[in-house]
Design a protein around this ligand. Structure first.
Ligand code: GLU
Length: 501
């Protein structure tokens, strides 16, 4: 079956999954889905020293976590090093057709030329002296065993033109390119050529990739021309810049700012939120709507709505997306994510210091021991939390025994003497005792509390502070009425009794 749209996702497994790569994957994925096209996944693993299996595993798992199961859902799942024979054949054909030539200029000679150009403040373009030698002479040189690299004989003074779906029409003259290196002496083909040969083999229609590859495109057009092939359709998606307008990199950001997908996992982001945030790095629906799931994007994604200008990375915005998703996600899903984070990511957390030993020690079983309370608590605290560790912190006093606390029920600033604190606690206790367990809901507790506050002639805080501290042991917590409802009548009364002792 022939398809109008066939895209590819060809990561090099040379590092952990970066948000820029994840975004490229997302745009390809959504573009293919929105256009009922196909996706080819390809490991570009020809750089043997830098490619590692552990990176492959992590990249695939990260993409899968975001909802893109490339291993199972790609229409073709390939590996560049499996295509060596095909690359070699292409190289032989190109040599036979005189489109490439061996270049014997040494690295040291090239360095000198580069240095000279630099001193003269000129751009460095290399036209090999061997480009004009005839085939037979060059073959004799090859046979003599002199070291060389294979270069493409680029036609001088030619305009390479392409229409980029994001950037518009782009023209580059080959006079700024020079003769392109395409393979090593041993015949191992370099990225520039291997990538084109494989894209041709996979019948790619659209090359959607990061802006950092835009300077490769005119070179690859030269290669395509030499192979007698037509160009693909290109879309270069804008760079992601940090706050200093530099290309976003893990090394340059302040600690805590996520750049790798594993950072997001460790710091308690939901995949929905990361996908949503990544989509907005460059793409915009051109409406005021901001919340989009992967399923939404698969329907509406459109390259025309990708902004050609570089995208500024705003980590605060990522946290905002996370907060929105934590608030609105189906509760069973949120539970699953929370427990997954608890089990898989919590202890690898780069923010370990931010979590108490008690929280670090909580197992999934601990949370599930009283699942009903866990669910209720989660539903309550998710209204304000921006990440999963924040949820964990709040869940601590809602799901588990009241922790030992140094926060006092009395409070000088709020004019709550120890005697008044005791009195208030006593009143609250009696008030709660009178509410039937089945009516033990925040609204009822609120109504009765307001009556008591009025009857006792207190300021709200004088009543609510001891209430909050008695139940949570903390200065800050969710509201006492909601907290009481989640804890339930029995647990509330036990906590009050404990505090009264
Ligand atoms: N392997 C290349 C990379 O990871 C692919 C570039 C391309 O999409 O052509 O950057």
């Amino acid at each position: 079956m022939s398809h109008d749209v066939i895209v590819r996702m060809p990561p090099s497994p040379t590092g952990w999954l970066h948000l820029g790569t994840a975004r490229t994957a997302l745009f390809n994925w959504c573009f293919a889905r929105a256009n009922k096209g196909q996706i080819v996944f390809r490991w570009e693993d020809t750089d043997k020293t830098r490619s590692k299996k552990e990176y492959e595993t992590e990249i695939l798992a990260g993409l899968n976590w975001l909802g893109m199961d490339f291993e199972k859902k790609s229409d073709k799942f390939t590996r560049q090093t499996d295509n060596t024979e095909r690359h070699n054949q292409a190289l032989k054909d190109l040599w036979k057709a005189d489109k490439i030539f061996p270049c014997f200029t040494t690295a040291a000679e090239l360095d000198q030329l580069r240095y000279k150009a630099q001193k003269e403040k000129k751009g460095f373009v290399f036209w090999s002296p061997y480009r004009s030698m005839d085939h037979a002479t060059l073959q004799t040189k090859i046979d003599s065993g002199k070291p060389f690299v294979w270069r493409l004989r680029v036609t001088k003074g030619q305009n390479m033109m392409f229409t980029d779906l994001v950037k518009g029409s782009i023209t580059v003259n080959t006079d700024t390119i020079g003769d392109i290196t395409v393979a090593r002496q041993d015949g191992s083909v370099l990225y520039m050529l291997a990538n084109v040969i494989d894209d041709l083999e996979d019948q790619i229609s659209h090359v959607i990739r990061g802006d950092d590859h835009i300077s490769n495109t005119p070179k690859q057009l030269c290669i395509l021309a030499a192979l007698g092939e037509k160009p693909f359709t290109y879309a270069h998606i804008p760079l992601v810049l940090d706050a200093q307008n530099k290309k976003l990199s893990k090394r340059n950001v302040t600690p805590g700012v996520c750049v790798l997908i594993r950072d997001f996992q460790e710091q308690g982001f939901l995949p929905e939120a990361v996908v949503n945030g990544l989509a907005f790095l460059g793409w915009n629906p051109k409406t005021t709507e901001e919340i989009f799931s992967l399923a939404d994007l698969e329907k509406i994604f459109d390259l025309k709505k990708v902004n050609p200008a570089a995208a500024q990375y705003d980590f605060g915005k990522m946290e905002w997306f996370n907060q929105q998703w934590i608030k609105q996600l189906e509760i069973t899903k949120l539970k699953t994510y929370f427990l997954e984070w608890n089990k898989r990511f919590k202890t690898t957390n780069s923010l370990r210091e931010g979590l108490s030993e008690t929280i670090l020690g909580r197992s999934d079983e601990d949370y599930l021991e009283n699942e009903a309370r866990f669910t209720k608590a989660l539903n309550l605290v998710r209204q304000k939390a921006s990440t999963l560790p924040v949820l964990a912190d709040e869940l601590e006093y809602l799901c588990f025994d009241l922790p030992a606390s140094s926060v006092t029920l009395h409070n000088e600033k709020m004019k709550i003497s120890p005697a008044l604190a005791d009195q208030v606690i006593q009143v609250i206790k009696e008030m709660l005792e009178k509410i039937e367990a089945s009516d033990f809901i925040a609204e009822n507790i609120r109504t009765r509390s307001i009556e008591k506050i009025a009857a006792m002639g207190l300021k709200n805080g004088q009543f609510l502070w001891p209430f909050r501290v008695a139940l949570s042991g903390r200065e800050k917590s969710v509201g006492p009425f909601d907290m009481a409802e989640v804890l339930g009548k029995k647990e509330c009364l036990e906590r009050f009794n404990k505090r009264l002792k």
